[in-house]
Structures are given as C-alpha cells and as structure tokens.
Ligand binder design. Sequence first.
Ligand SMILES: Cc1cc2nc3c(=O)[nH]c(=O)nc-3n(C[C@H](O)[C@H](O)[C@H](O)COP(=O)(O)O)c2cc1C
Length: 183
Amino acid sequence: MEDRIMTFMHQIPAGAPMDILLTEMNIRSYSDQTVGPECVRKLLQAAMAASSAGDQRPWHFVVVGDRETRERMADTHPFAHTLLQAPLAILVCGDPTLQKHPGFWVQDCAAAMENILIEARSLGLGTVWLRIYPIEGRVQNFRKLLDLPHHVVPFAVTPVGYPAEKSEPKCRYDESRVHFDRW
Ligand SMILES: Cc1cc2nc3c(=O)[nH]c(=O)nc-3n(C[C@H](O)[C@H](O)[C@H](O)COP(=O)(O)O)c2cc1C
C-alpha cells in the first residue's frame, strides 16, 4: 500500500486544485484594489459549503468593510495590522446553540475558514487566518467591538484583498508524518 501511494504521488502532475492549495495562503501585504460584492458572495458561499457535524452549520460571518471598525479590530489583535491594508475582513463566528453534537462547532468553523482561504486563492485574492478563539481576551474584545450576541463566539478573522506580494508555491509534504495501517 505504502509503495503504491508513493509511486502514485510521484506520477500525478499537480492539477488545478492542488496548485491552489500549494500556493501561498498567507498574504500579509495587500494592494488597495477593492474587492467586489460578487467575490465576497463566492467566499461566503464556499464557507457555507463546508462540512459540519450533523450538518448543523453552526456559523455566522461578519463582513467588515468599514475602516474605522477594522482599525479598532487591529488594535485588539497583535498580528492584525493586515486588517488595515486589505479593503475588507471576514470574521467567522461560531454559534454553539446551533449545534447538535456539543463541542464540534470549533471544527465546523475551522472547515468554513479554510474554505474561505482556498476560494480566495482561486479568485486571485489573498487572506491570512488570524486567530481569536480560544484566547478569552480577544474573544471578549471582538464580541464587544462588533456587537455580537453573548452566545456567539468570534472564532477567527481574515483580511481579504488583492496581494501586493508575489509568492511561489510551497510544498510542505512531510513523509515522516505519514503512517500506514498503524503508527
Ligand atoms: C489556527 C490558525 C491560527 C493562525 N493564526 C495566525 C495569526 O494570528 N497571525 C498570523 O499572522 N498567522 C496566523 N495563522 C497563519 C499561520 O501562521 C501560517 O499558516 C503559517 O505560519 C505559515 O505561514 P507562511 O505560509 O507565511 O509560511 C494561523 C493559522 C492557523 C491554521
């Protein structure tokens, strides 16, 4: 099995979806080009197409274009200066009251976030996953800043914009992390 998989991997040329996955997902400098509403719609559609436990989709999304709000968001997050460069940001929130299987909202929101990042790349947009949950201070700050209901948890935020940096595809495949049949 192992030999077959390795041979298989070396033979297949990277197709379009793999090219997108290997392209740099973490963009930390953006041009001032605006992002159209149709792109935002596609990103949200991709997010909501994510798999979720029991198909409960326990998420909400806050699209933030307002610069003043992004400035205040950046003030509350040590890595969030990129929120000011890009023309907008998308905050992924979890709603634990919507879940059927307790505790899985985190994985559901991570899947939604990853779909945004991948769809953004396919549209030529840049993003970078900025963590909020489970850092309690950040959760409280974002909840307050964006008037989120008390039961809604700000999970992670990403700037969305056209990259000002060029990047080469990266391969992070690491054979030492792969195990066949048992560890
Ligand atoms: C759960 C999670 C949290 C992350 N949080 C941050 C963050 O707060 N700030 C940031 O700049 N990047 C964040 N990232 C992006 C990672 O730092 C990035 O994937 C990794 O450092 C590789 O970066 P590179 O592609 O630029 O080399 C996060 C990624 C994940 C999956």
